[in-house]
Ligand binder design. Structure first.
Ligand code: AMP
Length: 191
């Protein structure tokens, strides 16, 4: 089964993806994680995207599509969870074509619905928790970048809700509840 977790920053996509990896042996493909890894390892691409990411804007379609293309060529056990990808209509089209080229289908796009106040609380909370634990804080987990990230979501990513609805692939879950409750709703969608 291949699924997309769709939702604004702070909706809980990463948290739920990790649950699905543990419980169903699926493979999480988070373009955000891949880009952060590229930065940490100091690759040329990592250096190029750093400023864009810290500002909260989207990096180019070409870069993230390339990252996903590499992963789709790798091991596919348990199905893929696309987390934070696609984020634009061009990425959604590219994903469809890549899956087809690998004789795969997309089974469902799950929209995790939350409200903006909760997102701000969660992201600020995530930064505070990391700081308290002496862990590195994401450079884009601050209020200014969050505003840019939210705008990018509404302008560039939210149209994917209509896109997948039109394809008959959209399912909606309430992302406001406790982690376990959201996980149960996702489980019910996946059957
Ligand atoms: P995330 O961890 O998913 O919140 O992603 C962190 C940042 O990485 C985003 O704010 C973007 O700058 C960049 N990014 C991650 N995934 C994508 C994507 N699919 N398209 C464009 N930029 C992305």
């Amino acid at each position: 089964m291949n699924i997309i977790l769709l939702g604004p920053p702070g909706a809980g996509k990463g948290t739920q993806a990790k649950r699905l990896v543990e419980e169903r042996g699926m493979t999480q493909l988070s373009t955000g994680d891949m880009l952060r890894e590229a930065r940490t390892s100091g690759t040329e691409m990592g250096k190029r995207v750093a400023e864009v990411m810290d500002r909260g804007d989207l990096v180019t379609d070409e870069i993230v599509i390339g990252l996903i293309e590499e992963k789709l060529a790798g091991p596919q056990g348990g199905g893929f969870i696309f987390d934070g990808f696609p984020r634009t209509l061009a990425q959604a089209d590219a994903l469809g074509a890549l899956l087809e080229a690998h004789d795969q289908v997309l089974d469902v796009a799950i929209e995790m619905q939350v409200n903006d106040d909760v997102l701000v609380e969660r992201i600020v909370g995530r930064a505070e928790e990391a700081r308290a634990a002496g862990q590195p804080v994401r450079a884009d987990d601050n209020e200014e970048s969050l505003r840019v990230r939210l705008l990018a979501y509404y302008k560039q990513t939210a149209p994917l809700i209509g896109y997948y609805h039109a394809k008959g692939l959209l399912q909606v879950v309430d992302g406001l509840g406790e982690i376990d409750a959201v996980a149960a709703d996702i489980k019910a969608v996946l059957g």
